[in-house]
Design a protein. Sequence first.
Length: 320
Amino acid sequence: MTETTQIPEPDGGKRRVRIGTRGSELALAQANELKQRLVEANPDAGLDIEIKVISTRGDRVTDRPLAEIGGKGLFTQEIEERLADGRIDMAAHSSKDMPTVLPDGLELSCFLPRESAADAFVSGKFETLDDLPRDAIVGSSSLRRQALIRRLRPDIEIFSFRGNVQTRLRKLDEGEVHATLLAHAGLKRLGLKKRVTSLLPLDTFPPAPGQGAICVETRTGDKATAELLAGVNDRDTATALACERAFLAVLDGSCRTPIAGHATLDGDALAFHGMILTPDGRQAHEIRLDGKAASAAEIGREAASKLRREAGNTFFADWA
């Protein structure tokens, strides 16, 4: 779609904007952050913003790992269908949940300022991952987190559970596991900072590409919506994620692949740290690459290509 899309106007002359989102408390918090920023950035636009909750298969099927039922796209397909046919004007997503290849006619056009990218260690009895006793049980559905835990603490047992943040915290509180790992940003957005026991160091426990950042998906060529979003787009976050998503794309990252990547900016300079692991955590390859922020995507692609050459084809055969 390349033509300009007019945002619908309700009675009273206000501009109606429909934001699509998943229905979890965290997804709603992210959509409401986008709504607030849109209003603040467009004070004279007379916006009438509606948040439309859309159920996705990834939310409905919680008894199996994502890798078994289709991967990241399970959290976006139904939302993107409504975006493509005009039932919503934009969609708010967790950037780490977004596939690197989007449907034709859709694009990521805006990134809100990034929150913490770190993983949080949450436990009622132990302060850090290192403090856990031998054979302790840690709950996590993320293959990246599982692989990193196994790399650092091969004696720990991993219990795979899915569900929203509140569900995972309830399972922890009920004693199903000794600890769990959750995105620090999500806990902060939900007002649950007090549940954080400690933060995993970014150097040894790098995050998923895009972790901590909210992205906005729109129809390609929708100039009216792009104009509204221009004032809320955070350039540094967009630049960092251009690097991280390029890294992910070259590695063909999905929910079947333990991949970590984190880009940071200092003025015009960008520093990237990437890591790939086998699911059992026994093999890992990592890279650090610096360059100009203007070359963010190129840095991400170069880092991924170097890791591919270093790891060799047999390394990636284990990901299937």
